[in-house]
Design a protein around this ligand. Structure first.
Ligand SMILES: [Zn+2]
Length: 257
């Protein structure tokens, strides 16, 4: 991932409120299209211009050709707020983050965790994140629904990892049960992405608990009951199960490995 700074200059009298609203609108639009990662943006005002540092999946993430209709609209709104189109200054590569996938994968999956800022769409051959703007818009011109699903998945993951409140159990159900709201939404998005990209796209179903390793190995696919979904060698060292019928991958409970 890459760090850039955007600078917004005023070309006429404006108010800080109007400028901030326009800038935040643009950042939200970029985020909903996967062009900008993360959730919080510190916009600083100094010497007549606004500056914000952003994390991008690729150096070219803000190129016009990737813009959604909402991003283009938000860029026009800058003019209304008397701001020039932003100038982009490249800061450097983020040393803590994954490199985006550039090859076409043989399969892909929806996979995230509360520590991952990158795209939840992953190359199934390498696990590298695939920038969302690189695939056709999933719904209504961008990828807002995928980002929203990811945000909620991460919130549940953080609650269950903290294991400090009663919400832990409800959160764990959302991640690990195939009748949960998060599953249904994510699994539908998976289907939409597969339809749009023509690449087999799987959903990762989280698994903890269970009685023993032996019992885990006999665990059937929770969606269709398929008992032949255990793989001889785990995919990417993470996924021990794959049901091709249901397009689900899962793991042997982390408690028994
Ligand atoms: Zn199945």
């Amino acid at each position: 991932m890459h760090v850039v700074e955007l600078r917004f200059e005023c070309f006429d009298n404006t108010t800080i409120t109007a400028a901030e609203r326009a800038i935040n609108g643009l950042l939200e639009a970029y985020r909903a299209n996967g062009q900008v990662l993360g959730r919080e943006f510190a916009v600083a005002f100094n010497e007549g211009e606004f500056r914000v540092r952003l994390l991008l999946p690729e150096k070219s993430s803000l190129a016009k050709r990737f813009n959604s209709p909402w991003v283009n609209y938000a860029l026009e709104e800058l003019t209304q707020a008397k701001l020039l189109h932003p100038r982009e200054k490249y800061i450097g590569q983020d040393i803590n983050s994954e490199v985006s996938s550039t090859e076409t994968p043989s399969w892909q999956l929806l996979y995230t965790s509360y520590v991952h800022m990158c795209s939840p769409l992953r190359n199934g051959d390498t696990l590298q994140p695939i920038p969302l703007y690189q695939i056709p818009a999933t719904f209504n011109g961008d990828h807002k629904r995928v980002i929203k699903w990811q945000t909620e998945w991460q919130a549940c993951d953080e609650l269950q990892m903290a294991a400090a409140t009663k919400a832990e159990f409800a959160a764990l159900d959302e991640l690990s049960q195939c009748d949960s709201d998060l599953f249904r939404r994510g699994w539908d998005l998976r289907g939409r992405i597969e339809y749009l990209t023509k690449i087999p796209t799987y959903y990762y179903l989280y698994r903890v608990g269970g009685e023993s390793l032996a019992a885990e190995q006999q665990r059937p696919c929770p969606r269709c009951g398929n008992t032949h979904w255990l793989l001889e060698t785990p995919l990417l060292d993470l996924f021990h199960f794959r049901c091709d019928n249901c397009r689900i991958v899962s793991n042997i409970s982390w408690d028994h490995l």
